[in-house]
Design a protein around this ligand. Structure first.
Ligand SMILES: [Mn+2]
Length: 232
C-alpha cells in the first residue's frame, strides 16, 4: 500500500491516531509526508521528532518532503528572515525548546526539517508540497513551487503537467480543501489541520493511494472516519 499525509501543522495526536488506525505495515508499505509539519498547532516538536524517526527507521519506505512552513524556518535560520516569526514560528520555537531540551538534538531536528527535498517520485506518483512548474524538469524545480496557490496550480492545463511527470498523478497539499478529490492528474490531501478558522472544519487526512480512500481525523471530535476519494 502507498500512503500520503500532508499539512499536519503540529497535530501530533491526530497523526498518531491515523497511523495506528491505518495499520501501516512499515517494512512493506510506503508513506510519504507532504511537508508543513510545524506551526499553528501546539505540538510541532513532537511531529518533527516522529516524522524524522520514521524516515530513519524505514529509509526505503518513508519519505518526508519540505513544506513552505519549513521553508520559512529555513529562511529564518539562514538569513534572519522574519516571515516565520509571524506565522507561528515564535510558538514553534518555544515548543522545540520544550520538546528537545538538549540543544544539539534540537539543532539536529531543525536542520533535518530545513533540508528536506522538494519533490519525490516513485513508479506511480509524483509528490510535492504545493505544486509543480510544468516548464522545469522534476529534478530541477525551483523553490517557488512551495508557495504555489491552488488557483495557479489548477489553472495549469493537464497536458504540460502530464508531460513533466510522464503521466504520473501529482499528490500534494498546501491549500485546505473540504474533501479529497482527484482530477486525473492532481490530488490535494490538505484537510486544513489547525488551519481552518472554524474548528469543526479542521481535519487531517491519511490517503491510501492504492485503494483511493482516506481516513480523516476530525479535530473537533477527535474521531476518525473513512472516505472515498472523489474523481472527476
Ligand atoms: Mn500548510
Amino acid at each position: 500500500m502507498k500512503y500520503f499525509i500532508t499539512d499536519i501543522h503540529g497535530e501530533y495526536n491526530g497523526l498518531e491516531l491515523l497511523l495506528k488506525h491505518a495499520e501501516i505495515d512499515f517494512p512493506k508499505d510506503q508513506l510519504v509526508f507532504g511537508g508543513d509539519y510545524i506551526n499553528r498547532g501546539k505540538q510541532s516538536g513532537k511531529v518533527i521528532r516522529r516524522v524524522k524517526e520514521l524516515t530513519q527507521a524505514y529509509p526505503n519506505n518513508v519519505v518526508a518532503l519540505i513544506g513552505n512552513h519549513e521553508e520559512m524556518m529555513r529562511d529564518y535560520y539562514r538569513s534572519g528572515d522574519k516571515l516565520w516569526q509571524n506565522h507561528g514560528g515564535r510558538e514553534t520555537n518555544i515548543d522545540f525548546e520544550k520538546t528537545f531540551t538538549n540543544e544539539e538534538v534540537r539543532k539536529e531536528h531543525i536542520d533535518w526539517a530545513c533540508n528536506l527535498p522538494l519533490v519525490y517520485e516513485d513508479d506511480e506518483f509524483v509528490y510535492t508540497h504545493a505544486g509543480l512548474n510544468p516548464f522545469e524538469p522534476l529534478e530541477k524545480q525551483s523553490r517557488e513551487i512551495l508557495w504555489m496557490s491552488e488557483f495557479d496550480f489548477y489553472n495549469i492545463p493537464k497536458e504540460p503537467l502530464q508531460t513533466v511527470t510522464m503521466h504520473k498523478p501529482i499528490i500534494h497539499g498546501h491549500t485546505p480543501v473540504e474533501r479529497i478529490s482527484f482530477d486525473g492528474i492532481r490530488l490535494n490531501a490538505d484537510l486544513g489541520s489547525n488551519t481552518y478558522v472554524i474548528e469543526e472544519e479542521r481535519g487531517l487526512g491519511l490517503v491510501n493511494l492504492t485503494e483511493m480512500t482516506y481516513l480523516v481525523y476530525q479535530q473537533s471530535q477527535k474521531k476518525i472516519e473513512k472516505r472515498e476519494i472523489a474523481r472527476f
